[in-house]
Design a protein around this ligand. Structure first.
Ligand SMILES: [Cu+2]
Length: 237
């Protein structure tokens, strides 16, 4: 009985132990990396749990198969303690995994909602059907394109001119509603140069599927010259 309590205690403490060791090594968090990590972990866990369940089921099917057509099954006798043990311990093992994943999820959620201090701010106004991208500090406005500097967190302030849209950058694993009369936000961390799709992921009328644009991650230098060039040209595309 004593051994069992110890095992049960360890199982219950497992998520706390794992959680506290998992967050070592700070710096600017990368929501995309955190999202990918949690996704892989979830996939591994549900695959393992699924295999365990499938294995036990197959074993029971073979082991307790009816031997003769007139054979009747009988129940397996367990002591009350045995019944509790066989029910609660497996349940706690799976619960521990659930709690562990939920704890990591909360941690990731905090990363998503806490914008790093040095983030570059871009404003996006959704409309039927496109994205108006503004650089408030520079007085530049472009449509369906967003240039951002590489290696710097980007904060996007979101709003909508008309109906509810949802701003989605699949590659950066970020998505948030753009609402008329309210400002919401998200942030992402473009570490490498490249192009990414931004799109609307909430049906918003006839040309909803036209609401896509490009996010272009360019180097800091390219970004500075892009800013200068557009300032001179008045900025509108
Ligand atoms: Cu939309």
């Amino acid at each position: 009985m004593k051994d069992r309590s110890v095992i049960l205690g360890l199982i219950l403490l497992a998520p706390i132990i794992l959680f506290s060791t998992a967050h070592a090594g700070e710096g600017i968090p990368d929501p995309r990396a955190g999202w990918n990590e949690l996704w892989h972990e979830l996939m591994i866990d549900i695959t393992l749990i699924g295999l365990v369940f499938a294995g036990v089921t197959v074993y029971f099917m073979v082991r307790y198969k009816r031997q003769r057509p007139d054979e009747e099954g009988g129940s397996f006798k367990l002591t009350p303690l045995g019944a509790f043990g066989w029910t609660l311990i497996p349940a706690f093992i799976f619960m521990a995994d659930d709690i562990f994943l939920a704890a990591k999820n909360f941690e990731l959620w905090n990363d998503y909602r806490n914008v790093p201090e040095n983030a570059y701010v871009v404003e996006v106004e959704a409309y039927m059907w496109g994205w108006n991208v503004k650089y408030p500090d520079e007085g530049i406005e472009v449509n369906n394109e967003m240039y951002v500097p590489q290696g710097r967190p980007i904060m996007v302030r979101l709003t909508s001119r008309d109906v509810v849209h949802s701003f989605f950058i699949p590659d950066f694993r970020v998505k948030w509603d753009a609402l008329p009369g309210r400002t919401t936000y998200l942030w992402f961390y473009p570490k490498e140069r490249g192009e990414h799709v931004m799109t609307c992921t909430e049906y918003c009328g006839l040309l909803h599927s036209n609401m896509y644009g490009k996010i272009k991650v360019i180097s800091q230098d390219e970004f500075s010259s892009w800013i200068e060039k557009n300032k001179k040209e008045g900025g509108a595309v």
